[in-house]
Design a protein around this ligand. Structure first.
Ligand code: C6P
Length: 409
């Protein structure tokens, strides 16, 4: 059991009011989480006392900055149980990780007639970069369908996953349905046909223990800002032999071994993929976020979120005209996505905001998913380690107010 009151005290923003006299109820962590004081302070301390460029200087500050930045990488690698921190590439966010793999591994390995397999529940970050490389190379993108309950229809997998499939890239947890997909099983199925695998862990790494060796995936992507860390930093994990064989993504400083007027050679991993001065303070911040999550315990966080999600789904069921989207609480991460008959999700979010409640409304960067559901948008409340059942009660009360404003019977 988490001591949520103690955890809340770690997050300064949660003590703020949304509007004068209206406390903040933050139910939008799937979009971006709040940051604990430890992370804010680590970045503050870095800028106050250790700021310099990394990997370049011989002076004390540069060494200190390099140690802080590279030390964070080591801890992030341990957090996902990567065998080697050289397989942990700093990127800006999960989106950049997909673009990097599609543009480098994809361009080098995908050709005419090849297939890229995704699922219908992917975030645009795991669709668009593959469509771009498919178009360039004359390859085809195929999709594993989802069933009415928001789980993947795996009966379709044997027809879709074939020797033509070069890569199977799929989300571990859907940001709309919340569905927790059977990652190990999907990776094994892809391996059986010789396909490479990439896991979108943007909604799993912040919420549950993730072990890349146990999953067996080739690539895995996530963002720092959804896991108590800062914006501007994310991770691409990749198996060494694949990363070694890939051409670099961007060219410039830090990613080279030698440059002559005739040509260049590349630095070793992970720096081959990290051109230019990186997001140093953000790397330090993400390292501290990982320390913070470890202290609370990922299993404790997951258990707390499961309680919140089942509580929320139960409570929301009583709101007349509300339709929940996605599987039951036991099969999903910490989101409650819904529509309310007769009210556009944007109007719901706007009215909830007047009560200080922050949720997300829209297509959540998953337009194909919404298209298949035949709804333009949904409303989504999402929960993290600092949320409480009282906040969910407030959400439900506020939704009842929305029904009154719209004079729903
Ligand atoms: N989803 C949401 O509100 P970036 O923007 O690169 O940090 O993360 C992209 C991304 C990739 N995959 C999944 C499953 C995601 O949920 C996200 C981000 C946010 O659902 C913002 S659109």
């Amino acid at each position: 059991m988490l001591d949520v009151a103690k955890i809340r005290a770690d997050f300064p923003i949660l003590a703020d009011e949304a509007y004068p006299g209206v406390p903040l109820v933050y139910l939008d962590s799937a979009a971006s989480s709040q940051k604990p004081l430890a992370v804010i302070e680590a970045m503050n301390q870095y800028y106050r006392h250790s700021n310099a460029n990394v990997h370049r200087g011989i002076h004390r500050l540069s060494e200190e900055a390099t140690n802080a930045y590279e030390g964070a990488r080591e801890r992030i690698a341990r957090f996902i149980n990567a065998p080697d921190s050289a397989e942990v590439i700093y990127v800006r966010n999960a989106t950049e990780a997909f673009n990097l793999v599609a543009a480098t591994w994809g361009r080098a390995n995908i050709g005419p007639g090849d297939e890229i397999l995704l699922t219908e529940m992917e975030h645009h970050a795991n669709i668009v970069p593959w469509q771009m490389v498919a178009q360039e190379k004359g390859a085809t993108v195929r999709y594993v369908p989802f069933a009415a309950d928001g789980t993947l229809d795996l009966t379709a997998l044997p027809q879709l996953l074939t020797e033509r499939t070069k890569i199977f890239s799929f989300t571990a947890v859907s940001n709309v349905f919340g569905t927790i997909n059977p990652v190990t099983e999907l990776v094994a199925a892809a391996k059986a046909v010789g396909a490479v695998t990439m896991v979108d862990a943007a909604q799993s790494v912040p919420h549950m223990a993730v072990d890349v060796q146990a999953l067996g995936c080739d690539f895995l992507a996530f963002s720092g800002h959804k896991m108590c860390g800062p914006t501007g930093i994310g991770i691409l994990y990749g198996k060494r032999h694949l990363l070694e064989a890939m051409p670099p993504y961007m060219g410039g400083g830090d990613m080279i071994r030698r440059v002559t007027l005739e040509g260049s050679t590349w630095n070793e991993l992970p720096w081959k993929f990290e051109a230019g001065t990186p997001s140093i303070a953000e790397g330090v911040g993400l390292g501290t976020a990982v320390d913070y999550l470890n202290t609370v315990g990922m299993n404790n966080i997951h258990a707390h979120e499961q309680l919140l999600t089942s509580y929320a789904l139960e409570a929301l069921r009583d709101v007349k005209g509300l339709t929940l989207i996605g599987p039951p609480a036991t099969q999903k991460g910490s989101v409650a996505t819904f529509t309310l008959q007769g009210v556009h999700p944007h109007d719901i979010a706007e009215l909830l905001d007047k009560d200080g409640i922050a949720i997300r409304a829209g297509h959540h960067c998953a337009m194909p998913l919404h298209h298949k559901l035949r709804v333009p948008a949904t409303a989504r409340a999402s929960f993290y380690l600092y949320n409480t059942t009282q906040e969910i009660d407030q959400l439900v009360q506020s939704l009842e107010k929305v029904r009154k404003v719209f004079r729903l019977a």
